[in-house]
Design a protein around this ligand. Sequence first.
Ligand SMILES: O=C(O)CCC(=O)C(=O)O
Length: 229
Amino acid sequence: MNTPTKQTLSLLPGAKRYQLDPLCWMERSVLPEEFHLTEEDYEKFFASHPDERGVVKMMGKEMATKRWFASYGRGYSFTGVAHEAEKMPELVSRLMEWVNATPYRSEGPGAYNECLVNWYGDGRDYIGSHADDTREMVTDSPIVCISFGSDRKFRVRRPNDTVVGPKWLIALDLVISDCTVYVMGGKMQEVVKSGRKRNPRYKHESPPIQGKKGEEVGSRISLTFRKFK
Ligand SMILES: O=C(O)CCC(=O)C(=O)O
């Protein structure tokens, strides 16, 4: 029988916990003011995205994603491609220090040592539904995310174990704003038997906003901090 994970203390006064089930949770709070970016710093950080869109492999074929991304601190392999570590910018390093000073660090041994930065040009850019590949990460270490820029939806899905309806149902929708800290914790990424299949307990995504409406949405940058072994 599964035993519930230890509850992480809320990060900041006012942090909200979303208990998805006894083993899996999300928390949402606001980054301390000293780390908020000026418009100029944001623009500079946005302009630092790689020249080419990030590439992943789907069914053996390399495909450009609808976002730019880079891994800092160490390489990170996901969706069939090994992404080399880039030199960590000062801003990412300052934020990683802060993440390592939060209670999330005490979930499992070691410190946060990797950050994946995603740059979204407008509302049409997105990250599709996925669970993180945690095989090289410290077991059950929370994934700490920080967002800068425009509001976007962060959607969590759970498998639909019945034979009717969509394969993945919406479990939680959060609106992520400038300086939101959102944390995926417990066993959210774990792959388990679900119905007749093996599936992650949850998937997450930042879905696209289609058409003219999406074009009008401003840019956004997310930083996701992970603890690798
Ligand atoms: O950009 C986001 O909010 C989510 C990023 C994400 O899902 C990931 O890096 O795995």
